[in-house]
Ligand binder design. Structure first.
Ligand SMILES: [Fe+2]
Length: 377
């Protein structure tokens, strides 16, 4: 049994899809946002149901597609607890297990490249190793990840390499997070014997080697790290805090979350929540809202039943208030509702609003930020 290994040429990143032959349940490690169409095609081609997206760490060189994949496939996000990826539904500790079908991966805390970095051992359902380890940027083929930024520590990395990863059987196949020279995999035995950075080196020698690297700053670090702390979900809306409706092109107007709530309370409007089921479950529900996805997974296809369900939900005498995650899909939905003859409004900033300077949503605007009623799960 082998993983499906996928490569992003722009960042030289390897993404891995692991799946159970019998149940077709799958897990993806380190997905890249530019490659989401490819990854969705792979899932379709193999007939897989994605259960988990998993990060080895918060990457500095590419943006994860984890958040998008949850919206497209209904998968859940998992990430190392020490990485500060606040949107990950499952925060992994050392030895945490993620199951898919009769298989699982087990997290190994391997700090050093970043303080939270983890590697993953592939196991059967009983916890017996299948002989594969996914090492992220901790152990690369004849190399290792850098330790000079993002809470890195060369001493920690030395211990993760020599005491954690090199403690695995020599025959274990190493599947790295990157390779810049076209190599696909290695083995623990080979790396223990000949890895140029660490084989036969003392901790002090290794720390000295790492201190001498003087690597350039990764091109995308300023953009990628903040985005990766929110599973790759970025800004997609604009908004304001107005209490009177603003007239807009193609639909009746834009309203603030507060005004939408007032209209809902007074019974003059029906709130239509056009987010996907996965988004609602992930970030929260609005009591009294009608759940009616504009697009839905798999594949974020248009919801063919949208028109009919909207007509059933909103009597002609009432306004239709469209709400999405941050106020973009709701505009398209408000335009469609207008075409169907309804008086339709877009709720500015949606449920969570725009990301703040740390790329965290929910701190700048939106329904939840305004302390309007909502509940989790
Ligand atoms: Fe990295």
């Amino acid at each position: 049994m082998k993983p499906i290994q996928l490569f992003d040429p722009a960042s030289s990143t390897y993404t891995y899809v692991l799946f159970d032959q019998a149940t077709r349940e799958a897990l993806i490690i380190d997905p890249v946002d530019e490659q989401i169409e490819r990854d969705l095609a792979v899932l379709r081609e193999y007939g897989l149901k994605l259960l988990w997206t998993v990060e080895t760490h918060a990457h500095a060189d590419h943006i994860t597609s984890a958040g998008l994949l949850t919206e497209h496939t209904g998968a859940q996000t998992a990430a190392p607890a020490g990485c500060g990826i606040t949107t990950a539904a499952t925060q992994l500790q050392n030895s945490s297990v993620l199951k898919f079908g009769q298989l699982q991966i087990r997290a190994l805390a391997t700090p050093g490249h970043t303080a939270g970095s983890m590697s993953y051992v592939w196991e059967d359902g009983q916890g017996a190793s299948l002989g594969h380890v996914f090492t992220g940027d901790t152990l690369l083929i004849n190399g290792c990840g850098r330790t000079d930024f993002q809470s890195g520590s060369a001493a920690d990395l030395y211990r993760s390499l020599t005491q954690v990863l090199f403690a695995l059987p020599d025959s274990t196949t190493v599947w790295p997070g990157h390779d810049y020279q076209g190599r696909s995999h290695s083995s623990i035995g080979a790396e223990k014997k000949s890895n140029a950075r660490v084989a036969g080196k003392t901790e002090a020698e290794f720390v000295a080697i790492m201190a001498e690297l003087h690597l350039p700053k990764p091109k995308r670090i300023d953009e990628a790290v903040p985005a990766n702390l929110t599973s790759g979900l970025r800004h997609d809306a604009g908004g304001g805090a107005l209490l009177t409706a603003r007239v807009s092109e193609g639909y009746a107007g834009d309203v603030s979350a507060q005004l939408a709530h007032q209209w809902m309370q007074s019974g003059e409007a029906v709130l239509i929540d056009v987010r996907t089921d996965a988004e609602r479950e992930w970030v929260g529900f609005i009591p009294g809202a009608v759940a009616l996805a504009w697009k839905q997974w798999p594949g974020m296809a248009m919801n063919a039943g949208f028109d009919e369900a909207l007509r059933a939900a909103v009597p002609p005498s009432k306004k239709a208030l469209m709400l999405c995650r941050s106020g973009v899909r709701s505009i398209a939905a408000a335009k469609r509702a207008t075409e169907l003859g309804l008086q339709a409004y877009n709720i500015l900033e949606g449920f969570e609003g725009d990301p703040d300077e740390h790329a965290h949503r929910g701190h700048k605007g939106g329904w939840r930020y305004q302390n309007l009623p909502w509940r989790q799960g």
